[in-house]
Design a protein around this ligand. Sequence first.
Ligand SMILES: C[S@@+](CC[C@H](N)C(=O)[O-])C[C@H]1O[C@@H](n2cnc3c(N)ncnc32)[C@H](O)[C@@H]1O
Length: 277
Amino acid sequence: MKQGRISQTALKVALGLITLSVKDDWSQRLPPDLVAITERLLLASGSPGYGPGLMRMSKQRWMIRVYQFQDRMMPGQWEGFGHRKVFMNQQVEAAIEQGARQVLVLGAGFDTLCLRLAPKYPEVRFVEIDHPSTSVAKARGIEKVGQPENMIQIAADLGERSLPKVLSEDGHWDASQRSVIVAEGLFQYLTDEEVRGLLTDAAACASPGSRIAFSHAIPGDRKLLSALVRLISEPWKSEVRSEDLPSYVDGTGWAMISDVDDDAEHGVERYGVAEWA
Ligand SMILES: C[S@@+](CC[C@H](N)C(=O)[O-])C[C@H]1O[C@@H](n2cnc3c(N)ncnc32)[C@H](O)[C@@H]1O
């Protein structure tokens, strides 16, 4: 990712969700308030071009065709974002109902999970971490939307500072509490070694019963997607088959609890959930 620049892929996910909300019944399927909050975050982010005109254009029905064309070239990189958001929301709510008292979202981008769920679960602590340039842009939006008291935003480059160090320096995270961690649309930007390092670090910040829900790229021939992500300096660096996840996470402190994700609607990304082992 280019230093000092807001993550273009984080912006792309957020904008794609706005168009998705005018397709079919997606406005009902997406978690409540996701689109309204995303729009306010994007407008306040200060990202060049992300003004009211683009928001209006993104809700035009003809934009659906533009995204559908793109989705055919890069399966899962539009409608898949909707499936991803629904999956992560369900996993986090299920974990909270089963006793998790902390939520940590890694590489949060313009994701709204913490902003939406923090007021609903005041007894739970919500923490999100992102690269400083994106985190600072999102903070401008959070100022407008209103920061829940039980939500903390941390700006940190996890490539430079380890997760345990970032969390202990911030001081709000309690590693002894049961937690649920989310890494959505993040692993593919790290090498396999970095993914396993991050999983190991995440396990060091968690306790028995904690979970991590994540998405990951699967192997495949995707020349267009590779060219595009290289163009915006956010190349994909890792991939793993859903079937291989048990051995992939082995030794990191987590054990897979989700089934093999063979849902083609998720496209080039698949989802998994692991429990602290
Ligand atoms: C594709 S975006 C996904 C955003 C969000 N999770 C979502 O699904 O809407 C990837 C995110 O990972 C963040 N990221 C990438 N490398 C990072 C790093 N080394 N440290 C912290 N965040 C990072 C980017 O800033 C960006 O927000």
